[in-house]
Design a protein. Structure first.
Ligand code: IZC
Ligand code: ZN
Length: 421
Protein backbone atom coordinates (compact mmCIF):
# COMPACT_ATOMS: atom_id res chain seq x y z
CA UNK A 1 0.00 0.00 0.00
CA UNK A 2 1.37 3.45 -0.88
CA UNK A 3 1.99 6.03 1.81
CA UNK A 4 0.95 9.61 1.03
CA UNK A 5 2.44 11.08 4.23
CA UNK A 6 5.21 9.73 6.46
CA UNK A 7 6.57 11.19 9.68
CA UNK A 8 9.75 9.44 10.86
CA UNK A 9 12.47 9.64 13.54
CA UNK A 10 9.81 10.87 15.99
CA UNK A 11 11.40 11.33 19.42
CA UNK A 12 8.09 10.65 21.20
CA UNK A 13 5.24 9.15 19.23
CA UNK A 14 2.24 9.02 21.59
CA UNK A 15 -0.31 6.67 20.06
CA UNK A 16 -2.94 6.08 22.80
CA UNK A 17 -3.04 2.59 21.25
CA UNK A 18 -5.59 0.43 23.02
CA UNK A 19 -9.29 -0.28 23.34
CA UNK A 20 -11.59 2.18 21.59
CA UNK A 21 -13.22 3.33 24.80
CA UNK A 22 -12.82 6.03 27.45
CA UNK A 23 -9.86 4.94 29.59
CA UNK A 24 -10.08 4.67 33.37
CA UNK A 25 -7.75 3.91 36.32
CA UNK A 26 -4.79 1.70 35.31
CA UNK A 27 -5.63 2.11 31.59
CA UNK A 28 -4.62 5.75 31.95
CA UNK A 29 -1.00 4.83 32.62
CA UNK A 30 -0.26 3.39 29.16
CA UNK A 31 -0.35 6.07 26.45
CA UNK A 32 1.27 3.84 23.82
CA UNK A 33 4.53 5.79 23.72
CA UNK A 34 6.96 4.79 20.94
CA UNK A 35 10.50 6.22 20.96
CA UNK A 36 12.02 6.80 17.50
CA UNK A 37 8.54 6.36 16.09
CA UNK A 38 7.32 6.32 12.51
CA UNK A 39 3.77 6.79 11.21
CA UNK A 40 2.53 6.40 7.63
CA UNK A 41 -0.81 7.61 6.27
CA UNK A 42 -2.62 6.75 3.08
CA UNK A 43 -4.86 9.70 2.25
CA UNK A 44 -7.20 10.21 5.23
CA UNK A 45 -6.40 6.96 7.04
CA UNK A 46 -3.55 5.76 9.21
CA UNK A 47 -1.66 2.95 7.43
CA UNK A 48 1.12 2.04 9.85
CA UNK A 49 2.42 3.05 13.28
CA UNK A 50 5.65 1.65 14.66
CA UNK A 51 9.32 2.09 15.51
CA UNK A 52 12.28 2.75 13.21
CA UNK A 53 11.64 1.98 9.53
CA UNK A 54 8.51 1.13 7.54
CA UNK A 55 7.74 -2.51 6.68
CA UNK A 56 8.57 -3.43 3.09
CA UNK A 57 4.89 -3.73 2.04
CA UNK A 58 4.44 0.01 2.48
CA UNK A 59 5.70 1.85 -0.60
CA UNK A 60 6.25 5.50 -1.38
CA UNK A 61 6.81 7.56 -4.49
CA UNK A 62 7.84 11.12 -5.40
CA UNK A 63 4.45 12.43 -4.28
CA UNK A 64 4.82 11.05 -0.76
CA UNK A 65 5.41 13.81 1.79
CA UNK A 66 8.11 12.85 4.30
CA UNK A 67 8.47 14.86 7.52
CA UNK A 68 11.32 14.54 10.02
CA UNK A 69 10.11 14.02 13.59
CA UNK A 70 13.53 14.54 15.22
CA UNK A 71 13.06 16.52 18.45
CA UNK A 72 9.30 16.36 18.04
CA UNK A 73 6.38 14.85 19.95
CA UNK A 74 3.46 13.49 17.90
CA UNK A 75 0.01 12.86 19.37
CA UNK A 76 -3.48 12.11 18.07
CA UNK A 77 -5.40 15.22 17.01
CA UNK A 78 -6.77 16.96 20.11
CA UNK A 79 -10.51 16.87 20.83
CA UNK A 80 -12.17 19.92 22.41
CA UNK A 81 -15.40 18.24 23.48
CA UNK A 82 -17.17 21.15 25.23
CA UNK A 83 -17.42 24.58 23.57
CA UNK A 84 -20.01 27.30 22.93
CA UNK A 85 -18.18 28.11 19.70
CA UNK A 86 -20.95 29.90 17.78
CA UNK A 87 -21.97 33.16 19.44
CA UNK A 88 -22.25 36.87 18.84
CA UNK A 89 -20.47 39.66 20.67
CA UNK A 90 -18.23 39.41 23.74
CA UNK A 91 -18.54 40.07 27.47
CA UNK A 92 -15.35 41.88 28.50
CA UNK A 93 -17.66 44.29 30.31
CA UNK A 94 -18.14 41.53 32.91
CA UNK A 95 -14.44 41.56 33.83
CA UNK A 96 -14.83 44.62 36.09
CA UNK A 97 -17.89 43.01 37.78
CA UNK A 98 -16.00 39.76 38.30
CA UNK A 99 -13.01 41.60 39.77
CA UNK A 100 -15.41 43.28 42.20
CA UNK A 101 -16.46 39.76 43.25
CA UNK A 102 -19.95 39.79 41.72
CA UNK A 103 -20.84 36.09 41.23
CA UNK A 104 -21.59 34.61 37.79
CA UNK A 105 -25.18 33.67 38.75
CA UNK A 106 -25.87 37.23 40.04
CA UNK A 107 -24.77 38.70 36.70
CA UNK A 108 -27.02 36.17 34.95
CA UNK A 109 -29.99 36.92 37.23
CA UNK A 110 -29.53 40.65 36.57
CA UNK A 111 -30.04 40.01 32.84
CA UNK A 112 -26.37 39.90 31.90
CA UNK A 113 -24.22 36.88 31.22
CA UNK A 114 -25.86 34.40 28.86
CA UNK A 115 -28.74 36.85 28.30
CA UNK A 116 -26.38 39.49 26.91
CA UNK A 117 -24.87 36.94 24.52
CA UNK A 118 -28.41 35.89 23.52
CA UNK A 119 -29.10 39.51 22.49
CA UNK A 120 -25.79 39.78 20.59
CA UNK A 121 -26.33 36.44 18.83
CA UNK A 122 -29.89 37.34 17.84
CA UNK A 123 -28.68 40.66 16.37
CA UNK A 124 -25.73 39.08 14.53
CA UNK A 125 -26.21 37.95 10.91
CA UNK A 126 -25.42 34.39 9.80
CA UNK A 127 -22.24 35.71 8.15
CA UNK A 128 -21.14 37.56 11.28
CA UNK A 129 -21.64 34.44 13.44
CA UNK A 130 -19.92 32.29 10.81
CA UNK A 131 -16.89 34.59 10.55
CA UNK A 132 -16.54 35.02 14.32
CA UNK A 133 -16.75 31.26 14.89
CA UNK A 134 -14.38 30.54 11.98
CA UNK A 135 -11.76 32.83 13.53
CA UNK A 136 -12.00 30.86 16.80
CA UNK A 137 -11.93 27.57 14.95
CA UNK A 138 -8.69 28.65 13.22
CA UNK A 139 -7.24 29.45 16.65
CA UNK A 140 -8.34 26.07 18.04
CA UNK A 141 -6.75 24.35 15.02
CA UNK A 142 -3.50 26.23 15.62
CA UNK A 143 -3.45 24.77 19.15
CA UNK A 144 -3.76 21.22 17.77
CA UNK A 145 -7.52 20.68 17.92
CA UNK A 146 -8.90 18.59 15.05
CA UNK A 147 -12.41 17.89 16.39
CA UNK A 148 -14.68 20.34 18.29
CA UNK A 149 -18.06 20.05 19.97
CA UNK A 150 -20.18 23.19 19.48
CA UNK A 151 -23.34 23.96 21.46
CA UNK A 152 -26.25 26.19 20.59
CA UNK A 153 -27.90 27.96 23.54
CA UNK A 154 -27.74 31.64 22.67
CA UNK A 155 -31.23 31.72 21.17
CA UNK A 156 -33.10 30.05 24.07
CA UNK A 157 -36.78 31.01 23.45
CA UNK A 158 -35.87 32.64 20.13
CA UNK A 159 -35.83 29.31 18.26
CA UNK A 160 -34.81 30.97 14.99
CA UNK A 161 -31.53 32.02 16.62
CA UNK A 162 -30.99 28.50 18.02
CA UNK A 163 -31.36 27.18 14.47
CA UNK A 164 -29.10 29.96 13.12
CA UNK A 165 -26.33 28.84 15.51
CA UNK A 166 -26.72 25.18 14.55
CA UNK A 167 -26.78 26.04 10.82
CA UNK A 168 -23.56 28.06 11.24
CA UNK A 169 -21.91 25.05 12.92
CA UNK A 170 -23.17 22.75 10.14
CA UNK A 171 -21.75 24.99 7.39
CA UNK A 172 -18.45 25.44 9.22
CA UNK A 173 -18.22 21.66 9.59
CA UNK A 174 -18.59 21.39 5.81
CA UNK A 175 -16.19 24.23 4.95
CA UNK A 176 -13.44 23.98 7.59
CA UNK A 177 -10.87 21.18 8.12
CA UNK A 178 -11.81 20.82 11.82
CA UNK A 179 -14.72 18.39 12.36
CA UNK A 180 -17.59 19.92 14.35
CA UNK A 181 -20.09 17.90 16.41
CA UNK A 182 -23.20 19.91 17.30
CA UNK A 183 -25.21 19.94 20.52
CA UNK A 184 -28.65 21.52 20.95
CA UNK A 185 -28.71 23.57 24.16
CA UNK A 186 -31.92 25.60 23.99
CA UNK A 187 -32.09 24.86 27.73
CA UNK A 188 -29.19 27.21 28.48
CA UNK A 189 -31.04 29.91 30.49
CA UNK A 190 -34.61 30.75 31.55
CA UNK A 191 -35.87 33.49 29.18
CA UNK A 192 -37.20 36.63 30.84
CA UNK A 193 -40.65 35.93 29.40
CA UNK A 194 -40.81 32.65 31.34
CA UNK A 195 -39.08 33.65 34.57
CA UNK A 196 -42.31 33.10 36.50
CA UNK A 197 -43.28 29.99 34.58
CA UNK A 198 -40.17 28.12 33.49
CA UNK A 199 -42.15 24.88 33.07
CA UNK A 200 -43.94 26.46 30.11
CA UNK A 201 -40.57 27.05 28.44
CA UNK A 202 -39.54 23.46 29.25
CA UNK A 203 -42.66 22.25 27.43
CA UNK A 204 -41.82 24.40 24.39
CA UNK A 205 -38.31 22.91 24.31
CA UNK A 206 -39.73 19.39 24.54
CA UNK A 207 -42.77 19.66 22.28
CA UNK A 208 -41.52 22.12 19.69
CA UNK A 209 -37.77 22.68 19.60
CA UNK A 210 -36.35 19.17 20.07
CA UNK A 211 -38.58 17.57 17.39
CA UNK A 212 -37.64 20.29 14.88
CA UNK A 213 -33.88 20.10 15.62
CA UNK A 214 -34.06 16.32 15.29
CA UNK A 215 -36.06 16.50 12.06
CA UNK A 216 -33.42 18.88 10.60
CA UNK A 217 -30.64 16.56 11.85
CA UNK A 218 -28.82 19.58 13.29
CA UNK A 219 -27.54 18.12 16.57
CA UNK A 220 -26.02 14.84 17.74
CA UNK A 221 -26.46 15.72 21.41
CA UNK A 222 -28.74 17.68 23.72
CA UNK A 223 -27.37 19.54 26.77
CA UNK A 224 -29.04 21.38 29.68
CA UNK A 225 -27.66 23.97 32.12
CA UNK A 226 -28.80 22.28 35.34
CA UNK A 227 -28.08 24.95 37.93
CA UNK A 228 -29.68 27.03 40.72
CA UNK A 229 -31.78 29.73 39.08
CA UNK A 230 -31.62 27.96 35.71
CA UNK A 231 -33.07 24.45 35.07
CA UNK A 232 -33.92 22.20 38.01
CA UNK A 233 -33.02 18.52 38.26
CA UNK A 234 -36.61 17.56 37.35
CA UNK A 235 -36.76 19.94 34.37
CA UNK A 236 -33.32 18.80 33.15
CA UNK A 237 -34.37 15.14 33.36
CA UNK A 238 -37.62 15.81 31.47
CA UNK A 239 -35.79 17.66 28.66
CA UNK A 240 -33.03 15.07 28.27
CA UNK A 241 -35.40 12.08 28.30
CA UNK A 242 -37.39 13.80 25.56
CA UNK A 243 -34.20 14.41 23.58
CA UNK A 244 -33.31 10.74 23.86
CA UNK A 245 -36.70 9.88 22.33
CA UNK A 246 -35.56 11.83 19.28
CA UNK A 247 -32.26 9.99 19.02
CA UNK A 248 -29.99 12.58 20.60
CA UNK A 249 -27.14 11.67 22.96
CA UNK A 250 -27.33 13.32 26.38
CA UNK A 251 -24.93 15.78 28.03
CA UNK A 252 -25.42 17.88 31.16
CA UNK A 253 -23.87 21.04 32.57
CA UNK A 254 -23.83 19.49 36.06
CA UNK A 255 -22.96 20.87 39.51
CA UNK A 256 -21.02 23.76 37.95
CA UNK A 257 -21.69 26.22 40.76
CA UNK A 258 -24.18 24.68 43.24
CA UNK A 259 -24.38 20.98 44.22
CA UNK A 260 -27.84 20.28 42.78
CA UNK A 261 -27.13 16.58 42.18
CA UNK A 262 -26.42 16.89 38.45
CA UNK A 263 -23.79 14.15 38.63
CA UNK A 264 -26.37 11.76 40.12
CA UNK A 265 -28.91 12.72 37.44
CA UNK A 266 -26.35 12.15 34.66
CA UNK A 267 -25.65 8.67 36.06
CA UNK A 268 -29.37 7.91 36.52
CA UNK A 269 -30.36 8.71 32.93
CA UNK A 270 -27.15 7.58 31.24
CA UNK A 271 -25.64 10.81 29.95
CA UNK A 272 -22.57 10.23 27.78
CA UNK A 273 -20.92 13.04 29.78
CA UNK A 274 -21.52 15.31 32.74
CA UNK A 275 -19.62 18.55 32.41
CA UNK A 276 -18.07 21.00 34.94
CA UNK A 277 -18.78 18.98 38.18
CA UNK A 278 -16.97 21.54 40.36
CA UNK A 279 -19.58 21.01 43.11
CA UNK A 280 -20.26 17.32 42.41
CA UNK A 281 -20.88 15.22 45.55
CA UNK A 282 -18.83 12.16 46.45
CA UNK A 283 -21.97 10.08 45.93
CA UNK A 284 -22.45 11.62 42.49
CA UNK A 285 -18.86 10.75 41.57
CA UNK A 286 -19.42 7.14 42.66
CA UNK A 287 -22.65 6.92 40.64
CA UNK A 288 -20.87 8.31 37.56
CA UNK A 289 -18.11 5.69 37.92
CA UNK A 290 -20.72 2.92 38.25
CA UNK A 291 -22.49 4.05 35.08
CA UNK A 292 -19.45 4.98 32.96
CA UNK A 293 -20.45 8.64 32.62
CA UNK A 294 -17.51 10.68 31.34
CA UNK A 295 -16.57 13.63 33.56
CA UNK A 296 -15.80 16.43 31.13
CA UNK A 297 -13.72 18.82 33.24
CA UNK A 298 -13.27 22.50 32.46
CA UNK A 299 -10.52 24.00 34.66
CA UNK A 300 -10.35 27.13 32.51
CA UNK A 301 -13.84 28.06 33.70
CA UNK A 302 -12.92 27.62 37.36
CA UNK A 303 -9.79 29.72 36.74
CA UNK A 304 -11.77 32.44 34.95
CA UNK A 305 -14.67 32.53 37.45
CA UNK A 306 -12.07 33.00 40.20
CA UNK A 307 -14.10 30.86 42.60
CA UNK A 308 -11.01 29.01 43.78
CA UNK A 309 -12.93 25.75 43.31
CA UNK A 310 -11.98 23.08 40.80
CA UNK A 311 -13.58 19.71 40.07
CA UNK A 312 -12.13 16.89 42.18
CA UNK A 313 -10.28 15.32 39.24
CA UNK A 314 -7.95 13.14 41.29
CA UNK A 315 -10.86 11.68 43.28
CA UNK A 316 -12.80 11.04 40.08
CA UNK A 317 -9.87 9.16 38.58
CA UNK A 318 -9.32 7.15 41.77
CA UNK A 319 -13.04 6.24 41.81
CA UNK A 320 -12.79 5.02 38.20
CA UNK A 321 -14.64 7.86 36.46
CA UNK A 322 -13.46 8.38 32.84
CA UNK A 323 -12.19 11.97 32.59
CA UNK A 324 -11.90 14.32 29.62
CA UNK A 325 -10.66 17.94 29.57
CA UNK A 326 -12.07 20.74 27.38
CA UNK A 327 -11.85 24.51 27.09
CA UNK A 328 -15.58 25.37 27.60
CA UNK A 329 -14.78 28.18 25.15
CA UNK A 330 -17.57 30.79 25.51
CA UNK A 331 -17.73 34.59 25.78
CA UNK A 332 -18.52 34.66 29.48
CA UNK A 333 -17.29 31.95 31.81
CA UNK A 334 -14.29 30.86 29.74
CA UNK A 335 -13.22 33.06 26.82
CA UNK A 336 -10.21 31.07 25.60
CA UNK A 337 -9.59 28.63 22.72
CA UNK A 338 -6.23 27.57 24.20
CA UNK A 339 -6.60 23.85 24.98
CA UNK A 340 -2.87 23.61 25.75
CA UNK A 341 -3.37 26.07 28.64
CA UNK A 342 -6.28 23.90 29.85
CA UNK A 343 -3.94 20.89 29.72
CA UNK A 344 -1.41 22.79 31.86
CA UNK A 345 -4.21 23.70 34.33
CA UNK A 346 -5.02 19.97 34.40
CA UNK A 347 -1.48 19.35 35.61
CA UNK A 348 -0.67 22.39 37.74
CA UNK A 349 -4.09 22.87 39.37
CA UNK A 350 -5.92 19.53 39.12
CA UNK A 351 -2.74 17.49 39.72
CA UNK A 352 -3.40 15.17 36.78
CA UNK A 353 -0.41 13.29 35.38
CA UNK A 354 0.85 13.96 31.83
CA UNK A 355 -0.50 10.54 30.79
CA UNK A 356 -3.96 11.31 32.25
CA UNK A 357 -3.99 14.69 30.54
CA UNK A 358 -3.10 13.55 27.02
CA UNK A 359 -5.66 10.72 27.37
CA UNK A 360 -8.30 13.24 28.45
CA UNK A 361 -7.92 15.40 25.30
CA UNK A 362 -7.63 12.51 22.84
CA UNK A 363 -9.39 9.12 23.23
CA UNK A 364 -11.48 10.19 26.25
CA UNK A 365 -12.55 13.42 24.57
CA UNK A 366 -13.40 11.39 21.47
CA UNK A 367 -15.45 8.98 23.61
CA UNK A 368 -17.42 11.89 25.11
CA UNK A 369 -18.58 12.59 21.53
CA UNK A 370 -19.15 8.92 20.62
CA UNK A 371 -16.18 9.06 18.20
CA UNK A 372 -13.80 6.63 19.92
CA UNK A 373 -13.94 4.15 16.98
CA UNK A 374 -12.88 6.85 14.51
CA UNK A 375 -10.43 9.22 16.24
CA UNK A 376 -8.59 9.71 19.52
CA UNK A 377 -5.67 7.32 18.94
CA UNK A 378 -3.05 6.67 16.25
CA UNK A 379 -3.73 3.15 15.05
CA UNK A 380 -3.96 1.54 11.62
CA UNK A 381 -7.37 2.19 10.05
CA UNK A 382 -8.27 5.20 12.19
CA UNK A 383 -8.66 8.69 10.78
CA UNK A 384 -5.36 10.49 10.04
CA UNK A 385 -5.74 13.31 12.57
CA UNK A 386 -2.49 14.13 14.39
CA UNK A 387 -0.44 16.93 15.91
CA UNK A 388 3.32 17.43 15.57
CA UNK A 389 4.49 19.36 18.63
CA UNK A 390 7.83 21.20 18.53
CA UNK A 391 8.54 19.72 21.93
CA UNK A 392 11.06 17.13 23.11
CA UNK A 393 8.37 15.31 25.12
CA UNK A 394 4.83 15.48 26.53
CA UNK A 395 5.88 16.86 29.91
CA UNK A 396 7.52 19.88 28.26
CA UNK A 397 4.21 20.88 26.60
CA UNK A 398 2.49 20.99 30.02
CA UNK A 399 5.37 22.50 31.98
CA UNK A 400 6.15 25.34 29.54
CA UNK A 401 2.65 26.78 29.80
CA UNK A 402 0.76 29.57 28.06
CA UNK A 403 2.49 29.31 24.67
CA UNK A 404 1.59 27.28 21.58
CA UNK A 405 3.86 24.26 21.09
CA UNK A 406 2.33 23.12 17.80
CA UNK A 407 4.59 22.75 14.76
CA UNK A 408 2.08 21.18 12.34
CA UNK A 409 -1.47 19.79 12.40
CA UNK A 410 -2.57 16.98 10.08
CA UNK A 411 -6.31 16.48 9.48
CA UNK A 412 -7.51 13.46 7.48
CA UNK A 413 -3.96 13.01 6.16
CA UNK A 414 -3.55 16.61 4.97
CA UNK A 415 -1.21 19.19 6.58
CA UNK A 416 -3.78 21.87 7.46
CA UNK A 417 -1.68 24.06 9.76
CA UNK A 418 2.03 24.91 9.93
CA UNK A 419 3.35 27.30 12.56
CA UNK A 420 4.89 30.42 11.01
CA UNK A 421 8.62 30.46 11.71
O1 IZC B 1 -21.83 31.98 30.27
C1 IZC B 1 -21.90 31.46 29.14
O2 IZC B 1 -22.13 32.09 28.08
C2 IZC B 1 -21.68 29.96 28.98
C3 IZC B 1 -22.06 29.16 30.17
N1 IZC B 1 -23.10 28.37 30.23
C4 IZC B 1 -23.18 27.71 31.48
N2 IZC B 1 -22.06 28.18 32.15
C5 IZC B 1 -21.40 29.04 31.39
ZN1 ZN C 1 -20.39 25.16 28.90
Amino acid sequence: MKATLIIKNIDNLITLKGENKARVKEELKDIGLIKNGIIALNKDKILYVGEGELPSDITLDESTIILDGTGKTVTPGLVDSHTHLVHGGSRENELAMKLKGIPYLDILAAGGGIHSTVKATKNASFEELYNQAKKSLNTMLSFGVTTVEAKSGYGIDDFETEIKQLEVAKHLNEDHPVDIISTFMGAHAIPNAYKDNSDEFVDIIINDMIPKVAQKKLAKFCDVFCEEGVFTIEQSKKILLAAREYGMGLKLHADEIKPLGGAELAAEIGCISADHLIAASDNGIKEMAKNGVIANLLPGTSFNLQTGNFAKARKMIEEGVPVSLSTDYNPGSCPTENIQLIMSFGALIMKLTPEEIITSVTINGAASLGLEEKIGSLESGKQGDLVIFDSPNLEYILYHFGINHVDKVVKKGEIVYTKEK
